[in-house]
Design a protein around this ligand. Sequence first.
Ligand SMILES: Cc1cc2nc3c(=O)[nH]c(=O)nc-3n(C[C@H](O)[C@H](O)[C@H](O)COP(=O)(O)OP(=O)(O)OC[C@H]3O[C@@H](n4cnc5c(N)ncnc54)[C@H](O)[C@@H]3O)c2cc1C
Length: 433
Amino acid sequence: MAQSVLAPGAKFTSYWWEGHDAAAPAVTGGSPPDKADVVVVGSGFTGLSAALTLARGGRQVVVLDSEQPGFGCSTRNGGQVGPRFGPSFAELSETYGEEKATWLKREGHAAYDYLVRLIQDEHIDCSFETSGHLLCAHAPGRFAPAAKAAEEEQKRFGIEAQVIPKSEQRREVGSDAFHGAILFPGGGALDPMLYHRGLLDRAVGAGAALFTGQRVQGIERDGQSFAVRLAGRTISARDVVLATNGYTSDATPWWRRRIIPIGSYIIATEEIDPAVMARICPKGRMLHETRKVVYYYRPSPDQKRILFGGRVALSETDGSVSAPRLHAAMVRVWPELKDVKVTHSWMGFVAFTFDHLPHVGTHDGIHHAMGYCGNGVPRATFYGHKAALKILGKVEGASEMDPLAFQTRPLYHGRPWFLAPSLAYYKLRDHFA
Ligand SMILES: Cc1cc2nc3c(=O)[nH]c(=O)nc-3n(C[C@H](O)[C@H](O)[C@H](O)COP(=O)(O)OP(=O)(O)OC[C@H]3O[C@@H](n4cnc5c(N)ncnc54)[C@H](O)[C@@H]3O)c2cc1C
């Protein structure tokens, strides 16, 4: 029988949850009030960022989450943060023309700048570092296009990039699995749990009230305000922000039809010999590959473990199935980790959209910010803030996303039946790249 990759006592919960109480100290006790200026649904980065801006803007804010604070992706992610995510400039130009593509890209960069500024201004202690991101060419045919796209971004947007040929890549990553790489020195990393807790403390400190275990079952217009329906009661709110991203449910069907929830799977290893860590991650870079069906990985903030994530199944699965697959992918990059065990294996639902862009706006008077397509740490923070600014009536709430329709497709109701064939197609393309 094949030996298990799991360490004894391995957990199927987020590594970042280790050492943190499920109930954050800042959670408000008791039951939510009957009335609020604004109800925010979801207590991830989007919801808390919106709550912080609204509370500082003088609004009485109630944040509701059906689970514990940050139960969704915000305390499960890889913690890689950078300016250059999302569709390439060339892809955006094809759909929207060069001028709009330029502005869309700039807004993506502004999201990262906003995150970095917020962490600094609020003194959020979350192991944030400008560690540099390394985009590794997984196939010979992907190196030149990646280098060209990086040069384009550098020329147009000033995003610093260095093209690293295969002969020199070992100084950045201790692996021969790649065919060259692109280094983005400005990309960063953080501990998502600490960042979430920092944001939570700031939002509650500003006056927002957070209630957990409160599943919103529906939102209905009630004259000039909204009735937010919970089990057995309602809360009346002048405004509502929907910040449910990949966890958007049938409680809000219009949004559910526009969000494609996709599981992203990730493992954390046991502690690794420091000499091995220094060899495989000589500069502590954040790593990801040129595949369409992504792998992303990094050293933990204390540089003792590897966190390795990706999409390893055509249909959704669980941590016991994804762990050996992610472990095998990790060993493909670093064969010397073959005997290193997995201590945590978990997943979360990221939110894709039909146009591959995030969306912030309103429908029937209800505000939303969601659809970050797997790159949500900066975007959720930024678009949660934007949604709040819109409610506060500030011109800075305007977004390049405002004129873009939040698309759905006929017969789509929130269960992505097309996911398995699409993933199979992209995996084939990655294989033959
Ligand atoms: C494994 C993984 C790795 C990732 N890696 C990265 C990365 O390295 N870099 C990056 O930028 N992004 C990454 N992401 C994506 C990023 O984490 C998300 O985009 C971001 O956290 C989204 O934040 P959010 O607040 O919008 O949503 P979430 O954090 O998902 O929060 C949504 C909340 O809404 C609540 N909710 C839903 N419905 C209701 C309801 N009816 N009533 C009350 N509450 C409700 C849920 O309980 C949940 O807490 C990753 C995601 C995963 C899963």
